[in-house]
Design a protein around this ligand. Structure first.
Ligand code: MEV
Length: 338
């Protein structure tokens, strides 16, 4: 039995625009997906999923991913959760040169599904690491990130950047621009997350932005402007002392850029009433800045506030079902047990 875990993430800046080659800065947070893998003697894959913001379920199907599992829950929910596991299995089989390897897989996660915190990337990253290790063919974190990106790309019909998977594999804060992925140093930012209990459809939301961008120059310019915000933000982070607590000036500047970034995402049609309500609750509570994180449409916002005020305000905001302080996850993917 091999157990690996990988963190979720929030976007400080740059989601959506990163799909079109602009830079983005996501930060891994201490909410993790854990994947347990036990090799089988046949080529079947059995997936048990718990805590995925859906009722737990167990499915078993043969090695061919064309066969739909026969289960007693809504097929679209099963596809959403197992699609990523399937893709991770394909990558692990290929990496280990074991095309017929079968596995019993258990997925546990404290990252809500589809809520902008990188749940699918964390499951794929932890799954590839656990499955290749279980086959005695471990691969390094950059290779896990590369394969996890291919898995997401496949499941999301080619509409994925490397940001979520690279961040989850490496941990900490990262910068992604096209194929260029690097880890960066940041001070320990006081991140607060608000969750509306919902989820957005990443494929649809990315498709909507693509359509706008292709129809209107001003939408294409908006995507480029998000890239400009990211460049400003990363310059601020590069000047800061990663060992020191970020002072109010740095937080105010970063927060201002986050507010601007949220406005542009909103203009691109990926915010939602619940996300805007949480963003404004955070700002009114004194947060330095707040924005939606991830694909949008529902899910989570991230705010910068070293005081408890934003978390408290969010917990009293109508439509917010969970508010929590998110610590930066220093570790990316890691082995929990073998
Ligand atoms: C989704 O978490 C982030 C998006 O930028 C898509 C991607 O980068 O793959 C919307």
């Amino acid at each position: 039995m091999t157990v690996c875990s990988a963190p979720g993430k929030v976007y400080l800046f740059g989601e959506h625009a990163v799909v079109y080659g602009e830079p983005a800065v996501p930060c891994a947070i201490e909410r993790r997906a854990r994947v347990t893998v036990e090799p089988r003697s046949d080529d079947h894959v059995r997936v048990a999923a718990e805590d995925l913001s859906l009722d737990g379920f167990t499915v078993e199907y043969d090695g061919s991913t064309e066969t739909q599992p026969d289960v007693d829950v809504d097929q679209s929910l099963v596809s959403a959760a197992t699609g990523y596991v399937d893709a991770a299995v394909r990558q692990a089989r290929e990496a280990a040169d074991a095309p017929n390897a079968g596995f019993d897989i258990t997925v546990e996660s404290d990252i809500p599904l589809g809520a902008g915190l990188g749940s699918s990337a964390a499951v794929v990253v932890a799954g590839i690491d656990a499955a290749t290790r279980a086959l005695g063919e471990p691969i390094d974190r950059r290779e896990i990130a590369r394969r996890a990106y291919r898995a997401e790309y496949e499941v999301q019909d080619g509409q994925a950047s490397r940001a979520d998977t690279f961040c989850s594999a490496m941990g900490g804060a990262v910068r992604v621009e096209g194929d260029d992925c690097t880890t960066i140093e940041t001070p320990n930012l006081p991140l607060v997350v608000g969750f509306d209990g919902g989820a957005g459809d990443t494929g649809k939301l990315v498709g909507g932005v693509r359509e706008l961008k292709e129809s209107y120059d001003f939408a294409a310019n908006t995507v480029e402007s998000i890239g400009d915000i990211v460049r400003e933000g990363e310059a601020l982070l590069a000047k800061a002392d990663p060992e020191a607590d970020p002072g109010p000036e740095l937080l105010a500047e970063l927060g201002g850029l986050m507010n601007f970034n949220h406005g542009l995402l909103s203009a691109l049609g990926v915010s939602a009433r619940s996300l805007d309500a949480m963003v404004w609750a955070a700002r009114n509570a004194g947060a330095h800045g707040a924005k939606l994180t991830g694909a949008g449409g529902g899910g989570c916002i991230v705010a910068l506030d070293p005081t408890p005020e934003t978390e408290t305000a969010l917990s009293f905001t109508q439509g917010c079902v969970d508010a929590f302080r998110a610590e930066l996850a220093i570790d990316g993917v890691r082995v929990e047990a073998t």
